[in-house]
Design a protein around this ligand. Structure first.
Ligand code: GAL
Length: 633
């Protein structure tokens, strides 16, 4: 698959006379794709039932005639103002009961059937007009599900749909009462219609109730997306795509992806570092203009696992953004580095957001490839450089990584609902695990926890997996890999209650978690020989061989040949020890890397990326800050 570049463009923001010049400049810059349309509903249907496709026809003609491949977005993330006259109750409602009003975007509740149907009908209208248009090479459905915390809605529509969902899921109210333990605090219900959404309660609501609501809300996103997929499928052969976000855990991306053809995500490395990641001040200062060295790769690998390896970067940060608390510019070279890192992880397309900075509205301070006065912004030259390099570089195919990390969105909801420690975050645990692996130079596949074929991996990790999916134990035991479960793996039922007998109940491992503790920041439990547990510590009982112990006694790592259980959340030193121990068992070579250097192996090349603010010597070469190197394997 040939790698290509693209850009996000909003013809409705610019005088029509500029479109042809813009299109020619995009082609001259080496761009292949242009994404349009995803927020243009007020121009496509200015009043209810009155359509204006003239401008879009002309924009498609101009861009297409210039030789660009078009990605057409459905505009359902931005319902126009008149839609509220039609459906006054379509707005999402926040947990305090306030409607989330018109005046920005994503102002809709996924459970509102009227608006869902209107969005579907718009997709049908667009599909009929452009579905067979040879200039439309892909579709984007909606924009960034979950963005601005829009997965959960406490509206009347959501409440009614939740009651239906519960009735289907539990079949009888007695079954629900039993599954949730509603005898506690006299919370028993006589009828599904008695059940409200779990907000505005006096104190914590029942975690089983909250988890059910999270599962329901995720299903609503899946169904919302599926409605537009159903509208477009018969009308086009072009791939259907959604652009996911970074660290968005509100809905099950694996479930949404089942209806789509290609996964994509929006990568804003510098914004994410300050806005979306833990990390001390020194780490954030060191990577201020590069972004965290693992955040992008983590999502590349996560989203590569969604649609059998087919994935894109739909939006790539090209300069300073506007939405983080502070918005520094990328170090020179970083736009190129981020682009190549995406390609090394298998991206088919990297598309920059956006062509030209808009001089108006919410994102007027957000850089594009061009400035508001149309002069080239610094990101443009780097995009052009990548385009030139792509043309010179042979295609690199992806290879199965030696390590698999199993990822599960419902586990994130379980631990969010029942954290037990204020800073326990499933994402953070997964991310730190991933970072520990990457610091040893490893390439990683991130797979759904429901994966049944795990053959070919040397090392498989599933920390924090709330409930073991049926079939996982069998898949692990037939995989021939060394497997690491824990901490907090297999410790609750799917209804978020404690299983009896106690977990993790792993065939072939005699270990039981009999007590858990959470530790506040700044405290830890030292481990004999070096490293420590922090955030989370489990007490294990059983006869499985102990590999590592706490200084105060008590097992930290147990296991024999293949299956291991880790009784806490390791700090980086302990991670290195644990990984060294496991890797040795399967002859997996580890390469401890200089701080800020990261590697990625493809089928034919080894890539190296220098996120550090200082030069790094590697493979006999000096990689400057923001430097990228590649060598045939
Ligand atoms: C994304 C979004 C874009 C734009 C961009 C700014 O989250 O999809 O529409 O808002 O952020 O960085």
């Amino acid at each position: 698959m040939k790698r290509t570049l693209g850009v996000c463009y909003y013809p409705e923001h610019w005088p029509e006379e500029t479109w042809a010049k813009d299109a020619a400049a995009m082609v001259a810059a080496g761009l292949t794709w242009v994404r349009i349309g995803e927020f243009a509903w007020s121009r496509l249907e200015p009043t209810s039932g009155t359509f204006d496709f003239g401008w879009l026809d002309r924009a498609i003609a101009t861009l297409g005639n210039a030789g660009l491949k078009i990605i057409l977005g459905t505009p359902s993330a931005t319902p126009p103002r008149w839609m509220l006259d039609r459906f006054p109750d379509m707005l999402a409602v926040d947990a305090d009961g306030h409607p989330r009003r018109f005046g920005s975007r994503r102002h809709y509740c996924h459970s509102h059937r009227g608006y869902r149907d209107a969005a579907r009908d718009m997709a049908t209208t667009l599909g009929k007009r452009y579905g067979r248009d040879p200039r439309i090479h892909a579709w984007q459905i909606d924009n960034e599900y979950g963005c601005h915390e829009t997965t959960l809605s406490y509206s009347a529509a959501a409440r009614d749909a939740f009651r239906d969902w519960l009735a289907q899921h539990y079949q009888s109210i007695d079954a629900l009462n039993r599954a949730w333990g509603n005898v506690f605090w006299s919370m028993e219900y006589a009828d599904f219609d008695d059940i409200d959404l779990p907000n505005q309660t006096v104190t914590q609501s029942n975690p089983s109730h909250e988890l059910a609501f999270r599962r329901f809300a995720s299903d609503q996103v899946v169904q919302w997306n599926a409605a537009q997929v159903a509208a477009l499928r018969p009308l086009t052969d072009a791939p259907l795509i959604h652009n996911y976000m970074g660290r968005e855990m509100g809905f099950d991306h694996h479930a949404v992806a089942r209806d789509l053809d290609i996964a994509s995500w929006d990568s804003y490395p510098i914004g994410f570092l300050s806005d979306r990641l833990e990390g001390d001040a020194a780490h954030k200062a060191r990577y201020l203009q590069q972004g965290d060295p693992d955040m992008q790769a983590f999502h590349h690998d996560l989203y590569r696992g969604l649609n059998n390896g087919r994935w894109w970067v739909m939006e790539q940060q090209p300069g300073p953004v506007n939405w983080a608390p502070y918005n520094p510019a990328p170090l020179p070279g970083m736009v190129r580095l981020w682009s190549w890192e995406a390609f090394a992880h298998g991206a088919e397309v990297v598309s920059y957001f956006r062509w030209r900075q808009a001089p108006f509205a919410q994102e007027q301070m957000h850089a594009g490839l061009r400035r508001p006065d149309d002069a080239a912004a610094p990101g443009l030259a780097e995009a052009q450089q990548v385009a030139t390099e792509i043309a010179q570089m042979p295609d690199v195919a992806q290879a199965q990584a030696p390590v698999a990390l199993l990822f599960d969105y419902p586990s994130a909801w379980s631990w969010e609902v029942l954290p037990q420690g204020a800073d326990f975050s499933y994402f953070r645990l997964m991310f730190e695990t991933y970072r520990a692996l990457r610091c040893q130079g490893l390439s990683i596949d991130i797979l759904p926890a429901s994966t049944t074929d795990l053959s070919g991996y040397k090392l498989i990790l599933a920390p924090g997996l709330a409930t073991l999916p049926i079939g996982l134990a069998a898949a692990l035991s037939t995989s021939k890999a060394v497997c690491l479960l824990g901490p907090r793996t297999g410790l609750v039922t799917p209804d978020l209650t404690i299983p009896l007998p106690l977990g993790p109940a792993l065939p072939g491992l005699d270990t039981t978690v009999t007590r858990v503790e959470s530790l506040p920041p700044g405290t830890s439990r030292p481990v004999q020989g070096g490293g420590a547990l922090r955030h989370w510590v489990e007490t294990l009982e059983g006869t499985s061989p102990v590999q590592l112990s706490c200084e105060s006694g008590g097992p930290v790592l147990v296991g024999g040949k293949s299956l291991h259980y880790l009784a806490g959340w390791p700090d980086p030193d302990l991670w290195s020890r644990v990984l060294a121990l496991l890797a040795k068992q399967v002859d997996l070579p580890l390469t401890p890397l200089p701080e800020g250097l990261r590697l990625r192996s493809t089928a034919s090349h080894l890539f190296a990326f220098n996120y550090a603010p200082e030069p790094i010597e590697w493979h006999g070469e000096t990689l400057e800050p923001a430097g990228v190197g590649w060598w045939p394997l």
